[in-house]
Design a protein around this ligand. Sequence first.
Ligand code: SAM
Length: 250
Amino acid sequence: MTDNFRLYSQYYDLLYQDKNYILETNYVSRLIETYRPKSKTILELGAGTGKHAFLLANKGYTVLGVERSAEMVAIANQTTNENVSFDVADIIEFNLNQTFDVATSLFHVISYLTDNESLIQTFKNVYQHLNKDGIFIFDVWYSPAVYHQVPEKRTKILKNHNIEVIRKANPVIYSEKNVVEVNYEITIINVNDKSASTITEKHPMRHFSSPEIELLAYTTGFKLLGTEEFLTGLAPSTDTWGVCYILKKI
Ligand SMILES: C[S@@+](CC[C@H](N)C(=O)[O-])C[C@H]1O[C@@H](n2cnc3c(N)ncnc32)[C@H](O)[C@@H]1O
């Protein structure tokens, strides 16, 4: 099992402070209203630091988040809500003995599953954990956009009262595997005493075409209900990095 997010977790919320979780949660709850109204329970795969989970609970859902990184879950557990809980587990092989109306997996979690076996196992697992007509909503990297835009080296700098984080992302493209390995070098500077340390992490990300997702869905007992750009709902194009798929258990 890869160890990514173990160290990364400490800076995760700072790095993504500009990510609009409220807007995203409104979008996801609109999809739930459209595709499975009256849903009450949500299984969140790769729940991270729990941002979507708590916002979904504020909308009246009961949410259970499954997350592999104990460090991310520890951060999530700093907030409490009686309708939200987290389990440290791998989405490829967990068993909760419980079923849900909806499964979500947000911010490219499924792209972290780079081999077919893990993907098939995960989708079968989601199937087992869904109620009748349950839906599975997830967003992934979209192959047409990856080929068109080609990932490049990028640097992101974020700062709060205590630390400055400089994250350099160096992507290595494995075209024959539909995988981009993003090598992160993260430097953390203490703004008070200027001491600094650097960590590195590899995040291998798989990208998908729609026929690939349709085949994966079909072979694991799902029907594809919707394919759209995450957040906007527009038809995916070569400019669409994150595509959202909505599947239904059949
Ligand atoms: C980009 S983060 C997204 C977190 C959260 N969904 C969000 O939107 O902020 C990806 C998350 O997926 C988790 N993850 C990746 N592979 C996983 C697996 N096989 N099982 C459980 N969690 C996994 C990582 O630990 C990380 O927290």
